[in-house]
Each structure stands twice: as C-alpha cells, then as structure tokens.
Design a protein around this ligand. Structure first.
Ligand code: AMP
Length: 287
C-alpha cells in the first residue's frame, strides 16, 4: 500500500466551495484549471499535463453537471469511477481536486443561468437544446470559484471551447481559455468517456467519424472549396458504415460556426453520429 499512501500525501481532494477557497487562498500562482465530468482518460490526462507544465498550481474539477444533459437517462448512465479518477490525478501530480456534490455547485434556491448567444446556436446547440446554457453556467461558477489564470479545454468539443471563450470575454472573467489537441485511439477514434458504452461492433464502427473527417480534409487539401461537396463527402463516408446514424454533418465558418457555401478561410468540419444508443462527435479544423 505504499502507492496509496504516497497518493494520499500528494493529492488534496475538496468537496465544498468553502474548502476549495481555503485550499486555494495561499496556492502558488499561476493556477491552471481542468474542468471535467470524470471517467478520466488520456484526453483528460493531456489537459492535466498541460496545466501542470504551464502553472504553479493545477486544479482538476470532477463534476457530472446535470444541467448540461438533455435527458435524465443520459445523465443516469454517464459513467463514474472517482477512485480511478483520483488515481490518475495523483499520477499527474495534480495539486487539488474539487469533486463537489450537486448541491454544492447549485446551492438551494440557485436560480441563475448563463446563456451564450449565436455561437451556442448551431450544431451541438441545435441538437441538444439547453446543453450550452448548462455548460456556460457551470463553467462560470468554476471560473469564479477557482479564479485560475488559465483553464484547459479539449478541441474535441470545439464549439464548447468557443462558447466558453465568448462567455469568459463577455463576463470579463480573468481566466484565459486554452484549447488543447484531441487525443485519439490508434485507429483514430477520439477518446471520450462515452466510448465505454459502445458494444464491440459499435466500437469497431466508431473510427468512421474520424475517417470521414480525414477524407473531407483530403478533398479540401486537393482543392475542393465547395462546402456542399465536402458535406456530401462526409455523408458518403459515414453511409459506408451501416451502424452509423448521422445526426449532422457540418462545414462551418471557423469563427461563427455558420454553415458555409465556400471554404475560403478558417473552417470547422464536424460530425455527430449515433452508434446504437451512444452519440459521438468529432471535428477537424481547417486549415
Ligand atoms: P468531459 O469530462 O467529457 O466534460 O471533458 C472534459 C474536458 O476534456 C473537456 O474540455 C473536453 O473537451 C476534454 N476532452 C474530452 N475528450 C478529449 C480528447 N479525446 N482529447 C482532448 N481533450 C478531450
């Protein structure tokens, strides 16, 4: 049990707003924050490593945020394993973990919502009504509680990064939002806590998301600038996988996420696909 003992010594876990504030009162600056919903994987690990490398204190939050789920079933089946999550945080020499109960984040009487405008409208915003209000609200609370100089988010959730950036800028929150590259399995599947729900057949089918994005990117690199043609390529590649039910394919402006006619500047190509009961998203920024 030497390992467990050394983990205990290093990693501080706090559960309440007050404990968090106290733990951070004299923490060395700058502070780097990594907000997560737990069931940590190598994607989260890359964010922790970046936070640790660039800051004197690194803070990870583990909170499955009910407000960003669209259905009670989806929330109920979201995977959780705090012991394993804390072990990864300890491995990455995280200084402080905030793992609160729902009431601690949303105290009784909580009645405020942060709603970001246009950038939260299309794609995930359209497919999952209310999702980004839930994300923006919890991130605003976490930014206020932690007061970090920097916060680290995954490019895998590209629109989330844009929504959080907009929110932080508009509300004058002094935390810099940093986007980190998507970490993938060797076959290209973007790591996601939701991958655990895939059956073996669905798991075998799941690399189709990245494959479709890469084929579209190759067409763009070969000179294709028609967004309709690129969307058709995405649909065609996804159609080759019988288990894949397409939610959306998108070729959008890289700043506004408005669907494009022609790709003449920065763009984001993205897909959302259902495999059985599991919904996966992935994206590829252009250039
Ligand atoms: P989640 O726990 O799914 O809410 O994710 C917490 C953070 O990890 C978010 O900023 C995600 O974008 C990021 N993240 C999730 N999957 C990946 C991945 N495969 N690579 C990099 N970052 C990721």
């Amino acid at each position: 049990m030497r390992v467990a003992a050394s983990i205990d010594r290093r990693l501080k876990v706090v559960r309440t707003r007050r404990e968090l504030r106290e733990a951070l009162a004299n923490a060395p600056r700058p502070v780097g924050l990594v907000p997560t919903m737990g069931w940590l994987h190598e994607g989260h690990r890359s964010l922790m490593q970046r936070a640790r490398a660039e800051n004197a204190t690194s803070v990870v939050t583990i909170f499955v945020n009910p407000r960003q789920f669209n259905s009670p079933e989806d929330l109920a089946r979201y995977p959780r394993n705090e012991a394993r999550d804390l072990a990864m945080c300890a491995e990455e020499a995280v200084d402080l973990v905030f793992a609160p109960a729902v009431d601690e984040v949303y105290p009784p009487g909580f009645d405020t919502s942060v709603s970001v405008g246009e950038i939260a409208g299309p794609l995930e915003g359209a497919a999952r009504p209310g999702h980004f209000d839930g994300v923006a609200t919890v991130v605003a609370i976490l930014f206020a509680l932690v007061g970090a100089e920097r916060a680290y988010f995954g490019q895998k959730d590209a629109q989330q990064v844009m929504v959080v950036r907009r929110m932080a800028l508009d509300l004058a929150l002094p935390t810099e939002v940093i986007a980190c590259p998507t970490v993938r399995e060797p076959d290209g599947l973007a790591l996601s806590s939701r991958n655990v729900h895939l059956s073996p057949k669905e798991r075998a089918a799941a690399p189709v998301l990245n494959r479709a994005l890469q084929v579209a990117r190759a067409r763009w690199q070969a000179g294709q600038r028609s967004a309709d043609a690129l969307r058709a390529v995405l649909r065609e590649e996804l159609a080759a996988e019988p288990l894949a039910n397409v939610d959306y394919v998108s070729v959008a402006d890289g700043h506004t996420l408005a669907e494009l006619d022609r790709v003449d500047g920065p763009a984001l190509i993205s897909v959302a696909v259902r495999l059985g009961t599991t919904r996966l998203i992935d994206n590829e920024p252009l250039p």
